[in-house]
Structures are given as C-alpha cells and as structure tokens.
Design a protein around this ligand. Structure first.
Ligand SMILES: Cc1cc2nc3c(=O)[nH]c(=O)nc-3n(C[C@H](O)[C@H](O)[C@H](O)COP(=O)(O)OP(=O)(O)OC[C@H]3O[C@@H](n4cnc5c(N)ncnc54)[C@H](O)[C@@H]3O)c2cc1C
Length: 196
C-alpha cells in the first residue's frame, strides 16, 4: 500500500482489534498512518458493564487507556474527540474539535440500546450500554433501595423495592444474576444505616 491515511472511528472491541492488526501489518511501511478516534480516552470492557452497574467492580477496573494500549505502535495516532459527521465527498471525518482526512475509513462506533417502543421503558427505564450508563444505573438502584427501606406506605415501599429488567438477552440475564447477589448486600447496608 502506498502512502495512506487510515482512520478508525470507535475504540471498542472492533476498533481496537482493527487498529492492532493494521498497525502490525503496516509496521514497516512508514507511509501508512493509522488514526483511532474515540470520544473517550479509554476503551470500555463492555462485557463487564453489569458488574459496574451492580457495584461488584469499580468503573476504572473496566477502562483501558487507549494511549497506553498503543504506546508501542509508532504508526498509530490516538485522538480523543467526538465524531459528528463524515464528509465522504472530501474524505474527511468531522469531529467536535476538528477534521481528519482519510483514504480509508473504518466505522466501528458500536450500537445503542433499543427499547423497541416497549411502553414505559424509555420514560422510566435506564439503559446499560456504556460506562456512564452503568454508573447512572448503579446510583439509581442504590437510591431506590435507600428510599424503599424507609418508606412506611407498603405499596410505595413494594414499588420502590421492585426492580424489573427488560430484555432477557445476555445483558439482561447477567444483570439479573448480579442483582440477586447485590440484593443481600444492599439489604444489609440499609439495615445498618437505619440502625437495625
Ligand atoms: C452489558 C453487556 C454485556 C455484554 N457481554 C458480552 C459477552 O459476554 N460476550 C460478547 O461477545 N459480547 C458481549 N456484549 C456485546 C459486546 O460488548 C459488543 O458486541 C461489542 O462491544 C461491540 O464492539 P464494537 O467495537 O462494535 O462497539 P463498542 O464496544 O460499543 O465500541 C464503540 C466505541 O465507539 C465510540 N464511539 C461511539 N460513538 C462515537 C462518536 N460519535 N465519536 C467517537 N467515538 C464514538 C465509543 O466511545 C466506543 O468506545 C455485551 C454488551 C453489553 C452492553
């Protein structure tokens, strides 16, 4: 391959392995530059998200610094920026803070959770598709349990202490497994904080 700019958007599993393999393949070809753009400076180990949501592990345990991951690859440039648009005509990736020309473009920006219009899910539910969402979900569960533990109205208490998981794929099933274990820990924590 002659001199080329390869831009990869998204530093998740897809983007990381693409960049890793390209960097290895073109390590002796100094004309080939690889740029990895992600809105975060870290890669999230998505398969462990539910463990953060259920307070089993801290958020930083599932984050991998992208600069560190590729520090030995001289032909890889890491950019932390949010991609806003692709100008296909002029072969440019447009980001919040700039633009990046490309000869070859790999789009690996992942996916987003979908409620499939299930009534109530978007209005009342939380999603589990990123680290930020996992942390938000964890705090929401802790808050519901805290409020439920001190609620004297039995029907309100039941409602606050009832959690529903929508979606029984891997993510939903793993989340339920974590909730089963976390339930006991949360109950003990509330017992202690209200002095039982
Ligand atoms: C809770 C959970 C558990 C899972 N468990 C498993 C499992 O056990 N086994 C399995 O095989 N799969 C599992 N999966 C699925 C797996 O995580 C995904 O298939 C995989 O992460 C997809 O990789 P990807 O690189 O396509 O996208 P992602 O890993 O989602 O990466 C996308 C990247 O693009 C970045 N990005 C997005 N938009 C922009 C933008 N506009 N600008 C810049 N950067 C952007 C994001 O920051 C992110 O880093 C699980 C998923 C979840 C949510």
């Amino acid at each position: 391959m002659s001199d080329s700019n390869i831009v990869v958007v998204g530093g998740g599993f897809g983007g990381i392995y693409t960049v890793k393999n390209l960097a290895k393949k073109f390590k002796k070809n100094s004309g080939v530059k690889i740029t990895l753009i992600d809105k975060n400076s870290y890669m999230t180990y998505m398969t462990e998200l539910y463990e953060v949501a259920a307070d089993r592990v801290d958020a930083d345990a599932i984050q991998y610094d992208l600069q560190k991951l590729f520090c030995h690859r001289k032909n890889v440039n890491i950019v932390t920026d949010e991609v806003r648009n692709i100008d296909r005509k002029n072969k440019q990736v447009i980001t919040k803070n700039g633009s990046y020309p490309y000869d070859y473009l790999v789009l690996s920006a992942g996916s987003e959770p979908n409620s499939f219009s299930t009534p109530g899910v978007e209005k009342y539910g939380y999603t589990l598709g990123s680290l930020e969402q996992a942390i938000k979900l964890k705090h929401a569960i802790e808050e519901h349990i805290r409020l439920g533990a001190v609620e004297t109205d039995s029907s309100k208490r039941k409602s606050l202490l009832t959690l529903a998981v929508v979606g029984s794929g891997f993510t939903g099933i793993e989340m339920i497994g974590e909730l089963i274990d976390w339930k006991k820990i949360l109950a003990k924590k509330q017992d202690r904080s209200i002095g039982n």
